[in-house]
Write a protein that binds this ligand. Structure first.
Ligand code: SF4
Length: 205
C-alpha cells in the first residue's frame, strides 16, 4: 500500500505535476479538460486507450494519432502510424511500474511509446492506476518484467513463453518478444512538461 499524499509529493519532487483521482472516469475528464486544440499522440496502453477511452474522448477537441487498432488508419503500417505520434503537441501513455519514490518504469518492444515519452512533445501525460505502484524501484522493475509484460503479451496473443505458461518473464528469444528496452524515468525530462495522473483504482496490466 502507498501513501497517496507522499507519492504525489515524491512525483512533484521529481519534476512532475501530479494529480490523483479516485476513478478512471474522473481522471479522463480531467485530462480532457486540460487538452484542447492540440495534436495528441498515444503510446500503446490498456489504461489510456481501452479503459479510459481517451482516444475517442480527446478526438472531440483535438487531432488524435494512435497506431493501435482500431485507431490506426487502414493504409498505414504500425510504424508509419507510430511516426505520426512522434511530434504531436501532447503524448499520452501509462507506465508498467512505479516506485513510491516517484521513479517510473516502462518496457517497450518497438520503442515508439518509450522513445516518444522522452522527447518531441510540449507535454507528456503518464496516466496509471495504483496497481502499478510498488515500494521500491527493484519491485517496480520486477513488476514491469514479470507482471505487466506477460499480461500484455497474453493480451496481444503473442506466442511467447510468458503468455503461454503464465506470469513470469522467461527472457525469451521468441520472434513475438515485446520487451526490448526498459526506460527508468529517474526524473521528469528537461524541456518537456510532464504530468502524472494517478488513479486510485487498478487499471491496465
Ligand atoms: S522477454 Fe519474452 S518472456 Fe519475458 S516478458 Fe517479454 S515477451 Fe515475455
Amino acid at each position: 500500500m502507498y501513501d497517496k499524499d507522499q507519492f504525489l509529493k515524491a512525483l512533484e519532487n521529481k519534476g512532475y505535476t501530479a494529480h490523483w483521482f479516485a476513478t478512471g472516469e474522473e481522471a479522463a475528464d480531467y485530462v480532457c479538460s486540460q487538452v484542447k486544440g492540440c495534436t495528441v499522440g498515444f503510446g500503446g496502453s490498456k489504461t489510456v486507450i481501452d479503459e479510459l477511452g481517451l482516444v475517442d474522448k480527446l478526438a472531440e477537441n483535438n487531432a488524435c494519432f494512435c497506431p493501435e487498432k482500431p485507431y490506426r488508419p487502414e493504409e498505414k503500417t504500425f510504424n508509419e502510424a507510430a511516426l505520426d505520434t512522434l511530434r504531436t503537441d501532447v503524448f499520452l501513455l501509462s507506465v508498467n511500474g512505479a516506485a513510491v519514490d516517484g521513479t517510473l518504469v516502462n518496457i517497450d518492444g518497438t520503442g515508439n511509446r518509450a522513445g516518444s515519452s522522452l522527447f518531441g512533445h510540449r507535454k507528456v501525460f503518464f496516466i496509471f492506476g495504483e496497481n502499478k505502484i510498488m515500494p521500491t524501484l527493484d519491485e517496480a522493475v520486477a513488476r514491469a518484467r514479470n507482471v505487466a509484460s506477460p499480461r500484455n503479451a497474453a493480451f496481444l496473443e503473442c506466442k511467447t513463453p510468458c503468455a503461454v505458461k503464465g506470469e513470469k518473464c522467461f527472457d525469451c528469444k521468441s520472434p513475438d518478444r515485446i520487451c526490448n528496452a526498459m526506460v527508468i524515468y529517474m526524473h521528469a525530462m528537461e524541456g518537456t512538461e510532464m504530468e502524472a495522473v494517478v488513479i486510485g483504482e487498478p487499471h491496465g496490466f
